[in-house]
Design a protein around this ligand. Structure first.
Ligand code: ADP
Ligand code: MG
Length: 350
């Protein structure tokens, strides 16, 4: 429309003027923010073009597939306004890297879409970018682009992460086979119990146990070294974000199988064990709470020795918790052999 073009032209002789007057952009100046805080995170990655172009490119390596995943974090839903920005950034990146890992892929790069409340809080952005810097070095993924906008609503962060995996080898939810063993990495339930700690609960644990659990909730450890080693061994895999039972349910639904797990086999940290000893009802949080970001996978019995080697090499527990069976859905067996009824398997937004 000519009039719109004319009025935009009158307002906006240059792109940076647009960034100051456009209702889409924060007051601190979109391009200054990008240059100051985000371009340094793209430095070593040629395809990011210094965040100075319309797009980035990823080299398509021969014999590899790109694995792509995206997760959004919304203030008030996934984090609180006074959470440290470094931690918010690291969590946003890590939940994506966890998906990359669970698909057997090695992380490469990520895009960042940042939707900031009006009147950009530049110190917040600076600390947020510093958190990304710390973690992208640790996990070997570079920022390669994104978008920045302003909103009257809550701060929203969306990250899209890319990884590579040998062609055709991406681990799926849908590959579980009858008779597979079900394994989970690390320990389960810490994040759900950590959330209780953050809300002032679990006062009967000691300070070290409480801070261990709270930390497991605040800062996920994506299993990026484990995931790629499960390619060719695991039949199906998922990361534990919604809750152990819910995520195993996703594997069952997609694979058209059933699962039986033994709750006495679920790997628990010392802190979670102490919480459970003090109050047996915490088993429900352990089974259904989310945010552990461990890898839950199924594998044939023949993979057991190779998995034990990987566990030793990575110094990471891989615990067999049950078996893939016929039927549908997840059955949880108690110590006495009876079946536990769970009203809700895990977290759902809707
Ligand atoms: P366009 O006008 O095509 O939407 P932008 O002006 O939004 O492009 O972005 C300019 C460059 O800055 C692009 O390379 C884009 O990927 C990058 N960029 C914008 N916002 C971010 C961000 N939050 N994080 C990383 N890169 C960003
Ligand atoms: Mg463009």
């Amino acid at each position: 429309m000519a009039s719109l073009i004319a009025s935009r032209a009158a307002f906006a002789p240059t792109k940076s003027t647009v960034s100051r007057v456009s209702p889409k952009t924060p007051q601190a100046g979109e391009f200054e923010l990008i240059a100051r805080y985000f371009a340094p995170l793209a430095r070593g990655f040629p395809g990011a073009v210094g965040l100075l172009d319309d797009a980035a490119y990823l080299k398509a390596e021969p014999g590899k597939d790109l694995v792509v995943t995206s997760d959004a974090l919304v203030e008030g839903v996934h984090f609180l306004p006074d959470d440290p920005p470094e931690l918010v950034a690291r969590k946003a990146l890590r939940v994506n890297l966890s998906d990359v890992a669970a698909k057997g892929a090695v992380p490469i790069a990520y895009l960042l879409d940042l939707v900031l409340p009006w009147g950009c809080d530049e110190p917040w952005v600076a600390r947020f970018a510093a958190g990304l810097g710390t973690d992208q070095t640790e996990f070997g993924a570079s920022l390669i682009g994104g978008d920045t906008a302003a909103t009257p609503g809550p701060l929203t962060i969306a990250i899209t992460a890319f990884g590579h995996v040998e062609s055709g080898k991406m681990l799926r939810r849908g590959g579980a086979k009858l008779g597979d063993d079900i394994y989970v990495s690390g320990s389960v339930g810490d994040a759900a119990l950590g959330l209780l700690v953050c809300r002032g609960g679990l006062g009967n644990l000691n300070a070290a146990q409480r801070s261990f659990l709270a930390d497991r909730y605040r800062l996920p450890r994506p299993r990026t070294t484990l995931g790629p080693r499960l390619v060719d061994l695991a039949h199906a895999a998922i990361d534990v974000s919604d809750g152990l039972v819910a995520d195993l349910g996703h594997i069952c639904d997609t694979s058209a199988v059933g699962a039986e797990i033994d709750e006495t086999l679920i790997p628990l940290s010392n802190a979670a064990r102490a919480a459970l000893k003090a109050d047996g009802s915490h088993i429900v949080s352990i089974l259904t709470g989310g945010d552990d970001y461990e890898i839950l996978f199924t594998a044939p019995a023949a993979a057991a020795d190779a998995l034990a080697d990987i566990s030793r090499a990575l110094d990471l527990d891989l615990t067999r918790i049950g078996l893939i069976k016929g039927g549908r859905g997840v059955v949880v067996k108690r110590a006495d052999g009876t079946t536990r009824d769970l009203e809700r398997g895990g977290w759902q937004h809707f």
